[in-house]
Design a protein around this ligand. Structure first.
Ligand SMILES: [Zn+2]
Length: 163
């Protein structure tokens, strides 16, 4: 073997080792991302719905046993049930929001509100709906109202509900 060839083989070996380390790191990284993604996701059927005003829960409903109801008796919340549809009307900050809970479909959405802009209301263009434990909350900032999956706990500072 000539000296040149020996050097070439040595170089190759170094190169292969570096490659292997890079492959290993990439595979570990991909595995970590995969695990993180699925550990954070919660695609189980929606457990329930909570409505808050000024950060305080005013209504809760659990799909598991159909329990729940208004958590305040000051007239803020009125509830009507009609054939598997629960209509929750919340009056706060001089306005109102009508939240509709579909028991069979396990969804909740704001059907009607008199807030300026109406951003919280579910429409064809604005599909704000609570349909899984993973759904982001629906906010109505003018009425300081939040509709969220039961058990939802924001892991970040939520500017909408800071008062
Ligand atoms: Zn609104």
């Amino acid at each position: 073997m000539s000296l040149k060839k020996v050097e070439q083989v040595k170089k190759d070996r170094c190169f292969k080792l570096a490659d292997l380390i890079i492959y290993g790191v990439v595979i570990l990284l991909a595995a970590a991302l995969f695990i993180a993604f699925f550990a954070v996701r919660d695609d189980s059927p929606l457990r329930g719905v909570r409505i808050r005003v000024d950060n305080a829960a005013v209504y809760e409903y659990s799909f598991a046993d159909g329990s729940g109801g208004a958590l305040t008796e000051d007239g803020t919340v009125s509830v009507e049930e009609n054939g598997g549809i629960i209509e929750v009307t919340v009056r706060a900050y001089g306005g109102y929001n009508v939240i509709v809970i579909d028991v069979a479909a396990r969804t909740a959405r704001v059907r009607e509100a008199d807030c300026p802009g109406g951003d919280c209301v579910y429409t064809e263009l604005n599909r704000t709906e609570i349909s899984s434990n993973n759904s982001p909350p629906v906010y109505c900032p003018p009425h300081r109202l939040v509709v969220e999956p039961l058990g939802y706990s924001p892991s970040y500072d939520d500017p909408h509900i800071k008062i």
